[in-house]
Write a protein that binds this ligand. Structure first.
Ligand SMILES: [Fe+2]
Length: 316
């Protein structure tokens, strides 16, 4: 098609997209083209702005490697990851869900651990926490023999794979639900952590005066044949960044009651002083049980990453 004016461009591209045989490809790409062209018209994108956008997208790719994914990070920082999760869970976005983002730190083959056992595998700073979780189906029945992976940061805000002072697989474990659909374990209370800001994500956050913190959370991955594998994160009710999670992951269903206990007897006799408890319930839906591709496969070498923390600033 010979293009006479700017309006013809959209029709020309849509006509070419329509040649594809795959109906889903056609649906997605024709919508993408329409929205992109409308977006360019709406904001009257200048040539300089277009060049900057192309350079930013290229940088997202250049910064992505085996241990870091800047593309996923910016998708989260713009709320796209959270939107996709909420549209694909909870009866396709109709009801509340305990599903959440997988995140970049899941490792396959974490150590199988008995219910009630500890996932503290080397001396780790942080207050002791005793976690109980129950897995139910949509009818409220316990899901028995589900595999539940858990992982989280230390009381210093590092996952073991980032931190040479922690043992391999520290603060990670794989549990199996009992007849009540229950797992339980001991650990240390995690704290929140900053996401990397050395690339386009940092530029995005600085431009908006946003901080780069994720509120403290414990990750869960629930696997049981016959059910859609559920990724989840249970956020700490006492974290100051719940409302401003840089990845927009905090949902009402996933604010966990991390209850502080001072001086009362803990479930383990060696615990004196302050400790925490967390009880949480998950609901999983029928579907395909599939494990994701592990975002990371082992510990990084060298020192802990340098944490850069951005302050949230007043926009006025
Ligand atoms: Fe995390």
């Amino acid at each position: 098609m010979i293009i006479v004016n700017q309006r013809d461009v959209t029709d020309a591209v849509l006509a070419e997209v329509a040649r594809a045989k795959d109906p889903r490809f056609k649906e997605i790409m024709s919508a993408a083209v329409r929205h992109m062209h409308d977006f360019v018209r709406e904001v009257k994108l200048t040539e300089a702005e277009f060049q900057k956008a192309c350079a930013t997208i290229a940088t997202l790719g250049k910064l992505t490697n085996e241990s870091h994914n800047e593309v996923v990070l910016i998708a989260g920082s713009l709320g796209v990851s959270s939107l996709v999760c909420l549209l694909n869970n909870g009866n396709r976005g109709q009801t509340e869900t305990t599903a959440n983002l997988l995140g970049p730190f899941w490792r396959m083959n974490s150590p199988k651990t008995e219910n009630g056992g500890s996932i503290v595998r080397s001396p780790t700073p942080g207050d002791p926490i005793f976690v109980n979780a129950w897995i139910r189906d949509l009818q409220g029945h316990p899901v028995v023999d589900a595999e539940v992976d858990v992982w989280h940061t230390s009381g210093e805000g590092y996952y073991e794979n980032q931190d040479p002072t922690q043992a391999d697989m520290n603060l990670r474990g794989k549990f199996t639900t009992d007849a009540d659909g229950h797992i339980g374990f001991r650990s240390v209370k995690p704290i929140g952590y900053p996401i990397p800001v050395n690339g386009p994500v940092g530029e995005l956050l600085r431009t908006q005066g946003r901080h780069n913190m994720r509120p403290a959370h414990i990750h869960f991955l629930i696997f049981k044949p016959g059910f859609k594998t559920q990724f989840s994160q249970v956020y700490s009710s006492d974290d100051e960044n719940l409302e401003t999670d840089v990845q927009f992951g905090v949902t009402a269903a996933l604010i966990g009651k991390y209850v502080r206990h001072d001086g009362t007897p803990a479930p383990a006799p060696d615990v004196k002083g302050t400790w925490y408890s967390l009880d949480h319930h998950f609901v999983i839906e029928p579907g395909d049980a599939k494990l994701p591709r592990p975002p990371i496969t082992g510990k990084a070498g060298g020192e802990r990453p340098q944490s850069v923390i951005l302050e949230r600033t007043d926009p006025r």
